[in-house]
Unconditional design. Sequence first.
Length: 416
Amino acid sequence: MNINPRSAYLHIPFCHRRCFYCDFAVVSVGDKARGEIGPASPLIRSYLSLLHREIDLIGSGSPLSTLYIGGGTPSLLSPSQISSLIEHIQKIFGFQFGVEITMEIDPASFDRSSLEQFLDAGINRFSLGGQSFEDEILKKIGRKHNTNDLIEACSWIDEIYRDGRLSTWSLDLIQNLPGHDLDLWRSQLEQALQTYAPHLSIYDLSIEPGTVFELKKKLGTINLPNDEIASEINRLTSSILNEAGYARYEISNYALPGHASRHNRVYWSGSGWWAFGMSSTSAPWGIRFARPSTIEGYEKWLYQQEREGLDNSLLKNNAQKIDLDDQILVGLRRREGVDLDALGESWGWNQDECEIYMNSLKSHWKEFFETGCLKNLGNRIALSDPHGMEISNQILVEMILWWDSLPDAAVGRPKL
Ligand code: SF4
């Protein structure tokens, strides 16, 4: 770790409206956001100028191999606004040959012509937030688009991809939504396969505090699949997509060979990354830093950085290692799992310490090895698919209990 970061994330917080399951830091601009109340609105223009100021603050860096424009709904911006952000990033960092430039898009916020213009701006990977192919469900989860919008968007993107003007693309769906059962979910997966998306992100619905869904759950007015059906849905996803040739390279991500997201792998591999924008989290030199989650807070923070200098966590000479438990936490999400001994050694443990502490972790995980949820892959330990991935939270909770049980000296806590 602590090599120069090669990836950057830009956060665009604007959305038409807040979906019922979403707890991200987003700013709703209304369903009709276009022109003066869309990309050209003072709110969006002033946010973009903050974003450009933050990019300027960093000043320089090594050429990037991935750039990810996420949100929110970045496709609410005009192609020229996207183009100017990409140009600015390129001016400060430069791009490596073959750079992956991803943009998240929503079926309700672009047309065929803006899609072409996003390509001209430099985007070479789209990530499309489809979530469901059922109109009834799209309504129930508060999305603005309908099934036809989604199918049309997929066919435009597929056409551009086949023409060779796009490197790859991804479609997002959510499983275990209200009203899902096995048959309905099977038909959703079949429709996803018919789009020919080379990458699929399948997220499990989670009910987050402060969302409409949390309220509905409290009131008992949400019809979620029970635990048994939810597990079967999870297994069905894994088996249908594996059979169709998609490798599950991370808990929620499936890709045809050569189409895994390079940007997301940076987060899971423990490498550093830059991030810019309200509520974004960066970890360029090993320490995570989250920016304020409102535009006002972000503006104040930025002004302070400009006046008083960059926050310590953003400075190279304050580089620190990412905590070992954090490295295991993110590493275990990947299909290739983690090499515990190598991680222990790079954390600074000698051979004896590695053996003692990692054996202790393995005994915390004993039951998961016995039930086949964890497996040994040579030197590495990985979650099995689908059983281990399905209960990954329990496995990670045991890992955190193990970390908390270690002596302070082993985890790098200062003596009191
Ligand atoms: S479009 Fe995405 S980011 Fe925006 S509210 Fe919906 S789920 Fe959240």
